[in-house]
Unconditional design. Structure first.
Length: 249
């Protein structure tokens, strides 16, 4: 599938056909018939169950003729750009490529290839550029994890139109600007907001109505102003190296 550097080759060494006949429906079956994690490493599958699965406990249901829904290639130092070849898996619910050495910008194909995706995790890589507004068109997205890259620019206000988003993680980047006023529209969904170690500025009043459970704000010296209760009482709140609680100049 992906023909790039040696770390990718190591990660994908089990991705080859034919797959074992006794474990497969057909000659090339990544999902397999025996376990939720199928014939290819780093994949999870969902789908119709086999007759044998009715004898298993809920946590051991067999996928039968399944579809690939989860791709987790993490902490393997995979290199190069985010691979467009992943588009051959349109039923992905989770795309986790964190803990690698991915470079380049966040690609636009993420907004078109995965119509039912719930989680995109590109954290702990070397991605550059800005957080693109086109991510807001992924209506099914619940978690967006972009922390610990080299991203610059501001948070796109368009992200506020995402109807299902609960978690936004931007910490440990080089981002700037204020929290968009449009984020007041996320009061019904947003639960996790990580801003730590950027250069954000201004106050956090736009999330005063959110039901935040987890936040990180430290090491943004230009954050300032009154701290909303939704932030102050959320797990992880720490005003270290900010001006939160002080008037904005």
């Amino acid at each position: 599938m992906v023909q790039v550097g040696p770390n990718w080759a190591n990660a994908l060494k089990s991705w080859h056909c034919p797959t074992p006949a006794a474990l497969s429906n057909g000659s090339c079956d990544p999902c397999g018939v025996n376990v939720w994690y199928g014939n290819f490493q780093h994949f999870g599958c969902r789908g119709g169950t086999t007759e044998a699965s009715t004898k298993c406990s809920d946590d051991a249901i067999l996928p039968g003729i399944g579809i690939l829904t989860n791709l987790h290639v993490t902490d393997l130092h995979i290199e190069g750009p985010v691979p467009q070849q992943t588009c051959i898996f349109p039923q992905l619910r989770e795309l986790d490529l964190d803990g690698g050495s991915l470079t380049g910008t966040i690609p636009e194909f993420l907004s078109t290839c995965f119509p039912v995706i719930n989680e995109i995790d590109l954290s702990y890589n070397q991605l550059t550029g800005t957080v693109p507004a086109f991510l807001s068109t992924i209506g099914s997205l619940v978690e967006l994890e972009l922390e610990s890259n080299q991203l610059v620019g501001t948070i796109p206000p368009e992200l506020s139109i995402m109807p299902n988003i609960t978690s936004l993680r931007f910490e440990n980047n080089l981002m700037t600007g204020t929290i968009p006023q449009s984020f007041s529209n996320l009061t019904d969904t947003l639960f996790v907001l990580f801003l730590y170690n950027n250069d954000f500025e201004g106050d956090l009043s736009v999330v005063s109505g959110a039901n935040l459970g987890v936040v990180s704000t430290a090491d943004n010296p230009k954050l300032c102003g009154m701290v909303p209760a939704s932030v102050r009482w959320a797990h992880g709140y720490n005003p270290h190296n900010t001006s939160l609680g002080m008037p904005c100049a």
